[in-house]
Ligand binder design. Structure first.
Ligand SMILES: [Zn+2]
Length: 270
């Protein structure tokens, strides 16, 4: 079985919709690999989860879910993800524990009144929780994590599959030399680096500095430093419509020609 790593949501901060967002999509963070028949590795549960749901087979299904962090744009697809309401399905939720909060605490906060009508304890699927500590095997895929620079912390992931390696750094503010150097060695040898590029350099000179996101230029620098062959820009700002994203993509390609911008349905062999 050949594996495919697919993007279902690449929008940062909040979901957007409308004709201006047709190409690069409006759904928030969600990435997916079917690692074995019926066993799905999902990274982040943003609103992109809805597009994934349309493509899933019948139960019983198994999900291994890795969270980059627990900000709402990375969780908000989960309460309405219908496989959660199927008794035959099994979920393993895995994420780093930060400030005393791991995946279990985050989901218990989310699935309860007044935020959601179904409390977590009444979810029919079998759910298990694990703190992310060290690399793990998900079917034939090995997943390793790195701590990135983001308010409250965020994990980046490196997935090693039978065919390729992909690094995902969705929420990261470049500029801390030790973290940037660690990310460069973490991504070295990978086939694709997904890197946060929510803002332009000019935007980051204003109040957005410290919000935990990188510039387009920083993403290109990170890809060059890691020596990866392909850069994929991600965590698109909700303000960034297709036209302005195309314009910025063209600029980045002058510095790093093999650059793409993440969009729903974009897929790479893993
Ligand atoms: Zn965040």
């Amino acid at each position: 079985m050949s594996l495919a790593f697919t993007v279902w949501g690449a929008r940062g901060s909040m979901a957007v919709s409308g004709a201006r967002y047709f190409r690069y999509g409006g759904d928030t963070s969600c990435y997916h690999v079917e690692v074995e028949p019926g066993h799905h590795l999902v990274i982040d549960c943003g609103t992109g989860l809805r597009s994934l749901e349309e493509r899933l087979g019948p139960p019983p299904l198994r999900f291994t879910v890795l969270f980059t962090h627990y900000h709402l744009d990375h969780l908000q697809g989960l309460p309405v993800f219908s496989p959660l309401y199927e008794r035959a399905n099994q979920f393993d939720f895995i994420g780093a524990r930060r400030g005393g909060v791991g995946a279990a605490e985050a989901l218990h906060l989310l699935l309860r009144a007044p935020l959601f009508p179904v409390p977590y304890d009444e979810v029919p699927a079998r759910c298990r929780f694990r703190d992310l500590v060290g690399p793990l095997e998900v079917g034939p895929v090995r997943a390793a994590a790195i701590d990135l620079r983001h308010p409250g912390g965020a994990s980046g992931f490196r997935l090693e599959g039978p065919a390729a390696s992909i690094v995902l750094a969705t929420d990261h503010e470049a500029g801390d030399e030790s973290i940037d150097a660690a990310l460069a060695s973490f991504a070295a040898g990978a086939g694709v680096l997904f890197h946060d590029s929510q803002y332009t350099r000019d935007e980051l000179r204003g109040p957005r500095a410290g919000w935990g996101h990188s510039s387009f230029a920083a993403a290109a620098e990170a890809a060059a430093r890691a020596g990866v062959p392909v850069l994929v820009l991600t965590s698109h700002d909700p303000e960034r419509d297709d036209e302005s994203l195309e314009r910025l993509l063209a600029k980045v390609r002058r510095h790093f020609p093999a650059t793409e911008a993440a969009c729903p349905g974009m897929s790479f062999p893993l």
